[in-house]
Ligand binder design. Structure first.
Ligand SMILES: *Cc1c(COP(=O)(O)O)cnc(C)c1O
Ligand SMILES: [Zn+2]
Length: 374
């Protein structure tokens, strides 16, 4: 059961039963903490709500879920042979709204409604705005979404169709954030709202449950704001505390594009935080985040687990997108393809061994990017 919110930097405790954004002392993200005694392994719903005992929603409206979560974990045998690696894909293309952002939106919106919040505002690279606008519509909440003008067109249409107010902004997600300063609604931007991460952490629970309550050696994640990576790490720590897993945690790998790689740069330089990446651009739009608010948490998670951070080029991403479709019949989103490029790179350097069991996240549906050339 949800107990309180805790600052990820200074540890200060905050009340979880009223709307909260950042820590009132140090303006860092807040993490949900639970009473983890007496929780049994999940049974029930074939969706992320099977983990409701470690989710923040106190009373779930049974009609709210669209069936988000519990996506397949599939082996990629032909690609594994080609890469001389052992690769499994967690396929988030099957989630409502066509990206894993629906996990964060389902849990975040359900909790917002429970806390009496009437509307949300959010800057987005596309998929998060689409998911939050649609789930907000489902919950009867208002929403105002700001998006860079070159975000995937389909995500604009999802936002508009939901009845949300959409603001199109020149520049990056950082500029989109500034375009919402005048809007007087709850700020649900990445990590300024504590419950999106709770929805995304369920990917970590599912991977472990689907492997028979066992962890893989490595998890490779396309990192923008880093919420999924932080969430998976949080899930692994909670499962260890629950006694559901033991031993070493998987090595967590953050993948970025060479066109926007603030986490890779900070990791390589041994820094605790990233610096703003100027003129950020990548076709893998979901990971085009020049300065993630949770950079220090991402870097801690990678280092604590003995993981690493890699940057791959957009050309390599496009090539691996085509290769995966050809060998496996799987049409990855560009962010998902970046994880394959990272596996290729890390096998080349020897960081990954041939028998390491590697889980990669395909964070969205390839068909959401119809204008992207291969
Ligand atoms: C948002 C997004 C990402 C990055 O997710 P974070 O958790 O913010 O790092 C990766 N892939 C896709 C398709 C996305 O929409
Ligand atoms: Zn703090």
């Amino acid at each position: 059961m949800l107990s309180h919110l805790e600052c990820a930097r200074c540890g200060l405790r905050h009340d979880a039963d009223r709307p909260q954004n950042l820590c009132r002392e140090c303006a860092s993200p807040l993490l949900a903490r639970y009473d983890l005694s007496d929780i049994g392994k999940p049974t029930g719903d074939n969706s992320l709500w099977r983990y409701r005992d470690v989710l923040p929603v106190r009373e779930l409206d049974p009609t709210f879920s669209l069936g988000e979560g519990m996506t397949p974990l599939v082996p990629l045998p032909a690609l594994s042979r080609a890469l001389d690696a052992k690769v499994l894909m967690k396929d988030e293309s099957l989630v409502p709204t066509g990206s894993f952002k629906a996990r964060g939106a389902a849990v975040g919106v359900a909790r917002a409604r429970e806390l009496g919040i009437e509307g949300i505002k959010m800057p987005t690279n596309g998929n998060a705005g689409a998911a939050w606008a649609l789930y907000a519509a489902r919950a009867g909440l208002r929403s105002v979404i700001a998006m860079p003008e070159d975000a995937p067109l389909i995500t604009r249409e999802e936002v508009q169709a939901s009845g949300a107010e959409l603001r199109i902004v020149p520049g990056t997600i950082a500029d989109a954030g500034k375009a919402l300063a005048d809007v007087d609604l709850f700020d649900a931007s990445t990590l300024r709202e504590p419950y999106r991460i709770e929805g995304k952490k369920t990917m970590g629970y599912e991977i472990v449950e689907q492997l028979g309550w066992r962890v893989p050696d490595v998890i490779v994640y396309p990192t923008g704001g880093g919420v999924g990576l932080i969430g998976i790490h949080k899930a692994l720590q909670e499962m260890r505390e629950l006694g559901w897993i033991e031993g070493e945690l998987p090595r967590l790998v953050a993948v970025q594009s060479t066109g926007c790689a603030p986490i890779v740069k900070a990791f390589d330089e041994g820094k605790a935080e990233s610096t703003f990446w100027d003129a950020a651009y990548t076709d893998a739009f979901g990971i085009n985040v020049p300065k993630p608010l949770g950079d220090f948490i991402i870097l801690q998670a990678i280092r604590e687990t003995g993981g690493t951070a890699v940057a791959v080029t957009d050309e390599q991403i496009a090539a691996d997108r085509a290769e995966t479709a050809r060998l496996e019949g799987v049409f990855l989103c560009p962010e998902g393809a970046a994880t394959i490029s990272a596996v290729r790179h890390l096998r080349g350097t020897g960081w990954l061994e041939a028998d390491d069991e590697v889980v990669v996240l395909n964070t969205g549906a390839g068909i959401k990017y119809p204008s992207l050339r291969l």
